[in-house]
Unconditional design. Structure first.
Length: 126
């Protein structure tokens, strides 16, 4: 039984899966920085390596987002999930609430979401 466990851990590590990834975090690499972005008071630059919780989970993303600070509303950082080879954008615009409400003042030339469609064609708006 002990041999089977050691063999399974060795094979999973060989294929890129770490059994301790949930505990220690997952490796991410900064591939793009627009503006000035800090993570836990350290300014991020291209090529920096970070160990973060799995950002595919919404709960983990909201917890990690509180560690980021942005110098402007247009600042953003793109993180490469090293294990999955997937880009995760983290932007200052994520926490902006009510942005879709402003689209009604610009007209209905382009409708980009279900919310905009309902807002533009709802009878309550007159």
């Amino acid at each position: 039984m002990k041999t089977w466990f050691i063999l399974s851990v060795a094979l999973s590590c060989a294929f890129g899966f770490s059994p301790f990834a949930a505990i220690a975090g997952m490796p991410y690499e900064v591939v793009l920085v627009k503006g000035k972005v800090h993570y836990q008071h350290k300014e991020l630059r291209r090529g920096d390596k970070l160990m973060l919780a799995d950002l595919d989970s919404k709960e983990n993303m909201s917890k990690e987002y509180s560690n980021f600070t942005f110098d402007s509303n247009s600042a953003e950082v793109h993180l490469l999930d090293v294990g999955r080879r997937k880009i995760i954008p983290v932007s200052a615009r994520i926490n902006k609430q009510g942005r879709d409400l402003m689209l009604a003042t610009r007209g209905i030339k382009y409708i980009r979401s279900d919310f905009e469609f309902r807002r533009a064609f709802s009878p309550e708006n007159g």
